[in-house]
Design a protein around this ligand. Structure first.
Ligand SMILES: NC(=O)c1ccc[n+]([C@@H]2O[C@H](COP(=O)([O-])OP(=O)(O)OC[C@H]3O[C@@H](n4cnc5c(N)ncnc54)[C@H](OP(=O)(O)O)[C@@H]3O)[C@@H](O)[C@H]2O)c1
Length: 243
């Protein structure tokens, strides 16, 4: 392990099998956290667990479908049963379905909202009673640049990320006096499978790397100061918002 900033802490990371979630899980494990990784693809979670264990860390994979309320309940209960605590929740898993709004179906709307907004709602609801037991605990929601903006062809995805941002802002106020900090990160393009799907026009070499988002997560969950940080926006160099 490279440092022990999160030694003894238990952290749930959703969508940890690949992309940003995998980088977040590895970064947290390197900082000493016990990582509970949740997604649907067993091989990816097993590979992650092996990598964390080879670094000398602790990890527990839990196959979880975030569209299922009972899976989310089980994820939290199994975490507390195994580690006796829960300190950090990273709502990272997400999906995108893209195209003109007029082509979208109710099933597609429900699918995107279920994974990107309802899943984080349920995971927060199940986790907060345990997070309250810690002196300081953290929820980090991985939203998107389209959690505050809108791009043509991304109306469903953007609606789901706006929903996640709204929930994050309200929840941050609701639980601040319980010692729970709620943050949202809004990344632009990150070099993952999802980016290839959502923005096939972009040159992958100009995108941010998943580890850059993981560094921002680590910063948020290891802060001890009084400052409250709400949203963090991370833009790739080519789209500097102030340029
Ligand atoms: N890449 C970007 O440019 C970018 C930019 C801004 C924000 N984001 C956000 O960052 C997060 C991670 O994105 P990524 O690019 O790393 O995507 P990714 O490579 O496609 O990974 C998505 C992860 O979410 C999991 N997931 C999807 N549906 C799930 C379900 N029903 N139950 C449980 N897990 C599920 C996937 O695992 P399984 O399929 O195995 O379940 C996978 O581990 C997402 O919330 C995304 O919206 C990405």
């Amino acid at each position: 392990m490279s440092n022990e900033l999160l030694a003894g802490k238990a952290a749930i990371v959703t969508g940890a099998g690949r992309g940003i979630g995998r980088a977040v899980a590895l970064t947290m494990a390197r900082a000493g956290a016990m990582v509970i990784s949740a997604s649907r693809t067993a091989e990816e979670l097993d590979a992650l667990t092996q990598e964390i264990e080879s670094l000398g860390g602790k990890s527990m994979p839990l196959i979880t479908d975030l569209s299922s309320e009972s899976d989310i309940h089980r994820l939290v209960e199994a975490t507390v049963a195994a580690f006796g605590r829960l300190d950090i929740v990273i709502n990272n898993a997400g999906i995108g379905i893209y195209g003109p709004l007029t082509d979208m179906t109710i099933e597609e709307w429900d699918m995107v909202m279920n994974i990107n907004a309802r899943g984080p709602f349920l995971l927060c609801r199940e986790s907060i009673p345990y997070l309250r037991l810690q002196e300081r605990s953290y929820i980090v929601n991985i939203a998107s640049v389209v959690g505050t903006k809108g791009y043509a062809g991304q109306s469903l995805y953007s609606a789901s990320k706006h929903a996640l941002m709204g929930m994050s802002k309200a929840l941050a106020k609701e639980v601040q006096h319980d010692g729970i900090r709620v943050h949202a990160i809004c990344p632009g393009g990150v070099d993952t499978a999802m980016a290839g799907q959502s923005r096939p026009d972009l040159d992958r070499s100009v995108l941010m790397q998943p580890e850059e988002i993981a560094d921002a997560v680590l910063f948020l969950v290891t802060r001890r100061g009084k400052a409250v940080i709400d949203e963090i926006h991370l833009h790739r160099e080519a789209s500097l918002p102030w340029a």
